[in-house]
Structures are given as structure tokens and as C-alpha cells.
Design a binder for this molecule. Structure first.
Ligand code: GLC
Ligand code: CA
Length: 558
């Protein structure tokens, strides 16, 4: 039996969130980089799509070593993205269209250019205590610092520790060397973060995403990980729930829409993070469904997506989160993932069907759907042919080298990076078929995908049969149908492996969703007496007993 929280379920179950990767969304001043005014210029497009909330990736001052996820000041605007006036105008204009802004809070680490870290580097004990510094051996030198405190690996490759000769200490960076992990065991750090939230609350911000927030509480003693890369010592750590509760309380965000990005998390923890009785977060992103094409669990080893495994992950997270009273963020895509239609579908032969099957599968689930810019157009992965075209993804650039050190040829390493790079989805939003897809009048910071002359917003807005029109339909169904918003969920054992099917129920209403994740015909489930609610093949041609290549159909009984 699932636990429902009627008010929460209805509030979150009606929403659709749209993610803007600000750098690549729309450039208003011709410098080749997207910006806040660029977003304001496109609000009508977003309002027309029907989304409720815009998650905007970080636009705070930052050296941009990780495209803004390396924040050097949490209370100001990075000049390349605009000014505080631009932000306020965007917030006002969004509100006028019934759209809320969701800010991206990067609280696990700061940029090493943040004034706190800079003060720490001078030896100031107050600020040394803001980070995870560990003494080096007395005889350590810059040339010969000795072994780092633990064998933990950075998520972007290499050691998670950096030696600072002037202090004779190491500091922890789970990500890039310029992203130093904060010490959340220090109450002063927790108070700083809550104050930052209150600052944005006072500007009217009502929604927040928390970057890798389940990594903030680390085991107090640093020890080598003899089984893995160290993550078990800091993922969903000892005080994580307590620190989140405190942040929510002191940051005054209990009523806000919040989502935590949870790296390598567990279902039980996500129930804890999102069950309303705990006053932590509204919902969580978990990533297990996006690892079903990692060979042996390794992101940098390619294999085809395992659809049976995908179904098991969805079943488990859908059904068990409902039982525990938790709430899922539903997504295939974000700025860290390759475009999902290229990855899970067949964009060469069935571009439209693949690009619409995927959102049918997730948008009708229990939770809150997220759309990553361009996903609603069916944008495909970058068509780059050389490593130089991968501009800013520190992870890809590191792994291109690491894969070659592991023995791959440059061509093989490129093939892997091409399939897995975070830049694959960071290409400019395709607005129209003019030069640079209408993203900028200057030179885009990263190359546009070649197919923008057909896959673009202008063309698709004019076509009632487009991928975008299909997304718009899905969004309007969520607004209209209580069974989608708050219904219970149960997975169906589909007759064969490549179909993912589930039912939603609310009172006497039943919804059945079935998705054929393959290029072959598959037997369909019985749907007698049901009304076809949505499908990605022309309705009049529907043969009820089979699902065609990449076909998705949902039926409703009332
Ligand atoms: C999250 C962000 C990613 C960033 C990382 C470190 O995973 O989504 O883009 O690099 O955190 O902040
Ligand atoms: Ca710009």
C-alpha cells in the first residue's frame, strides 16, 4: 500500500520543470554565451510549452572551470551571464507568466577562488576549518608531497586530494581540483549556507536544486577505500539527514519546491529525503536508470542499454518510493548526460518515435517530470568528430587521456568520449534554421549540432505533428488528469523483455502505459474498453495487438 500525502502529491504532481543550461540556451549580446536576458527573451516559448518551473544552472560568479559549478560568490551574478537587474527582470517576467525560477545551489564545494578558500590559503584558522584540510607529512615538499591522505578518486579522474605547499596540507576535492569540498561538520559552514538560501528567498526565489547534496556529510576519519573509489565514505553520509533538516529549517525553505541531486544513492535514503514528515526535500534525482548502459558499472566502457534492467530500476523506484511516501524527479536528460534519444533510441531510423517514446515513459509516471532544453525538440547528441570540439567538460577531457593511458587508441578513446561526454547535451539550443541555429549572432562557445536546419524550435512550433507538439500534449495531460498527478503506480509484467509497461490508478480510473524500447514489433497488452489517451503513431492506424518500433501508447479507463 502506498503512502499518500494528498497536498504534497497534488502540488508536485501537477508540475513540470524545464532545465536551462544557461551557457547554451540563448545569447542576447552576441558574445557566443547564453545569458539571463537571453532567457527572458524566450519566456513566451516556455510559457507556451506549459512548464511551471525553470531550473537554471548556476549563474553565480565563477572561474567557469566546471561551467559555473565552481562558485566563487553565492550572492551575485557572473558578469558573462548578466547583472542582478537582469536576474530581477527575469524573475518578474517569469512570474507574470506563472513560471517559477529554481536556482542551482552548489553547496558541497566552492571554487578555490571563493574568498573563504583564499583566506584559508593564508593560513586563517577560521577558514581552514571551512574545508577538508589534512596535514601532510612533516617532510613533504611540493616536488615530493608523499601519498595523499586516502586513495579516494575524484569523480573527474585522478586523486581527490591536492597538496598545498604553503600550508603543508592536503585538501579534499571530490570533483575538479578547483572545487574544494566544504566541511559541513563545521556549524559555521552550515550557517553560511542557510544564510545564502535566505538571501535568495528574500529575492522571491521559491525553488532550489541542490547539487550533489548527498555528499556533504563525510565520515570523520579518512581511510583508504580498499573496495572502491571512496564514495562509500561520503555518499549519504552519517549526518546527511540532520544537515538537510537544519538547512531547510534555517534556510526557511520548507514550503519551497526543492530537488536534491543524489549521487550513487539508495532508495531508503531517498524516501528519507523526500517523505514530507521529515521536512527535508520535495524530491530527488537518482541515477540508477542512467547506468544501464555502463559495461560492468563503468561509465567509460560502452554497452547497449539493458532494457530489462531499466524496467527493474524503474519498477523499484516507482513502486517503492510510493510505498515509502517519497517523491521522484522523473528525467532522462540533463547537462551531464548525452541526449537520451541518441542513447536509448534509434535516431537514424526512428528519430520521431524514439524522441517521443522516452517522455511518454517518464512523464506519465508518479513524480515530477523534468525536461532538459532541446529534449522537447528531439535534439540529438553532438556530431563532433574531434576531441578539440569538446570545449569545457573537464571530465571528458580528463577521461580522453585516462582511456589512452589504459591502453585504448586515440580513435577508441574518442569513440567512448563521443558517446559519454557531458558536452554531448550541452550544444546550443536550436531556435531556428539560421546561422548558429539562432542561438547567437556571434561565434557560439561550443558547436551547434548539424541537424538544426530541421530539428529546431521554429519549425517544430509550426508543425502540429512535431516532437515539441507531443511534449506539449504530455504536459497538458499531466495538468488535466488527476490519475497522472497523484495516482498509485504498479508495473506490469510485459509479455516480452523490450516493453516497459505500468499502470496508474486513482479511484475507479486506470491508466495503462506501454512503451516498446526496440525496433521490432512486440505484442501489446490488452486494452479493450480503454480510450487511447496518447500515442506516438497515428491513432487511426493503431493495431491494438502489437506495438510497432519504438511505439508508446497510453490508455485510460474511467
Ligand atoms: C553535479 C552537476 C555537475 C557538476 C558536479 C559538481 O553533478 O550536475 O555538472 O560538475 O555536480 O558540482
Ligand atoms: Ca551572452
Amino acid at each position: 500500500m502506498s503512502q499518500s500525502f494528498p497536498q504534497r502529491d497534488e502540488r508536485l504532481g501537477k508540475k513540470v520543470v524545464y532545465q536551462i543550461y544557461i551557457r547554451s540556451f540563448n545569447d542576447s549580446n552576441g558574445d557566443g554565451i547564453g545569458d539571463l536576458r537571453g532567457i527572458t527573451q524566450r519566456l513566451d516559448y516556455l510559457a507556451d510549452l506549459g512548464v511551471d518551473c525553470l531550473w537554471i544552472t548556476p549563474f553565480f560568479p565563477s572561474p567557469q572551470n566546471d561551467n559555473g559549478y565552481d562558485v566563487s560568490d553565492y550572492r551575485a551574478i557572473e558578469p558573462i551571464y548578466g547583472t542582478m537587474q537582469d536576474f530581477e527582470e527575469l524573475a518578474r517576467e517569469a512570474k507574470a507568466r506563472g513560471i517559477e525560477l529554481m536556482l542551482d545551489m552548489v553547496f558541497n564545494h566552492t571554487s578555490t577562488e571563493h574568498e573563504w578558500f583564499q583566506k584559508a590559503l593564508t593560513g586563517d584558522p577560521t577558514y581552514l576549518a571551512y574545508y577538508k584540510f589534512v596535514d601532510a607529512a612533516p617532510d613533504a615538499t611540493a616536488k615530493n608531497p608523499g601519498p595523499p591522505p586516502t586513495n579516494w578518486q575524484s569523480k573527474f579522474g585522478g586523486s581527490a586530494w591536492e597538496y598545498v605547499p604553503g600550508l603543508n596540507k592536503w585538501y579534499l576535492h571530490l570533483f575538479d581540483v578547483s572545487q574544494a569540498d566544504l566541511d559541513w561538520d563545521n556549524p559555521a559552514v552550515r550557517a553560511e549556507m542557510a544564510a545564502i538560501l535566505r538571501f535568495w528567498r528574500s529575492k522571491g526565489v521559491g525553488a532550489f536544486r541542490f547539487d550533489v547534496v548527498n555528499l556533504i556529510s563525510k565520515e570523520p576519519a579518512f581511510e583508504d577505500d580498499l573496495e572502491g573509489d571512496g564514495r562509500r565514505f561520503y555518499t549519504d553520509g552519517p549526518h546527511i539527514h540532520e544537515y538537510l533538516q537544519e538547512l531547510v529549517r534555517e534556510g526557511d525553505i520548507d514550503g519551497a519546491v526543492t530537488v536534491g541531486e543524489m549521487s550513487s544513492t539508495t532508495l531508503d535514503h531517498c524516501i528519507g529525503y523526500t517523505n514530507p514528515s521529515r521536512h527535508e526535500l520535495s524530491m530527488t534525482f537518482s541515477f540508477h536508470h542512467l547506468k544501464v548502459d555502463f559495461l560492468g558499472g563503468d561509465k567509460w566502457a560502452l554497452t547497449k542499454p539493458n532494457i530489462e534492467q531499466l524496467r527493474d530500476v524503474f519498477r523499484n523506484w516507482q513502486e517503492q518510493m510510493a510505498v515509502g511516501g517519497g517523491w521522484n524527479a522523473l528525467f532522462w536528460s540533463n547537462h551531464d548526460q548525452p541526449r537520451p534519444n541518441s542513447r536509448f533510441g534509434d535516431t537514424d531510423r526512428h528519430w520521431y518515435e524514439s524522441s517521443t517514446l522516452l517522455p511518454t515513459c517518464t512523464h506519465l509516471m508518479r513524480g515530477t517530470p523534468y525536461i532538459f532544453q532541446g529534449e522537447e525538440l528531439g535534439q540529438t547528441i553532438a556530431d563532433y568528430t574531434s576531441i578539440d570540439q569538446y570545449r569545457d567538460d573537464v571530465e571528458s577531457i580528463n577521461y580522453y587521456r585516462i582511456l589512452q593511458e589504459r591502453g585504448l587508441t586515440p580513435e577508441e578513446a574518442f569513440r567512448v568520449v563521443h558517446a559519454r561526454s557531458r558536452d554531448d547535451g550541452r550544444t546550443p539550443m536550436a531556435w531556428d534554421d539560421t546561422r548558429n541555429a539562432g542561438f547567437t549572432t556571434g561565434e557560439p562557445w561550443i558547436g551547434v549540432v548539424g541537424n538544426y536546419s530541421t530539428i529546431n524550435a521554429k519549425t517544430e512550433c509550426a508543425d502540429p505533428q512535431s516532437v515539441r507538439a507531443y511534449f506539449k500534449h504530455l504536459i497538458s495531460l499531466r495538468k488535466a488528469e488527476p490519475v497522472i498527478q497523484t495516482g498509485d503506480v504498479r508495473f506490469v509484467d510485459a509479455p516480452i523483455g523490450k516493453v516497459i509497461a505500468y499502470e496508474r490508478t486513482l479511484g475507479n480510473v486506470r491508466l495503462l502505459v506501454q512503451c516498446n524500447f526496440s525496433g521490432n514489433r512486440q505484442p501489446a497488452l490488452p486494452t479493450e474498453g480503454g480510450e487511447l489517451l496518447i500515442g506516438n503513431y497515428p491513432a487511426n492506424a493503431t493495431d491494438v495487438s502489437t506495438l510497432r518500433p519504438w511505439e508508446a501508447r497510453a490508455y485510460i479507463w474511467r
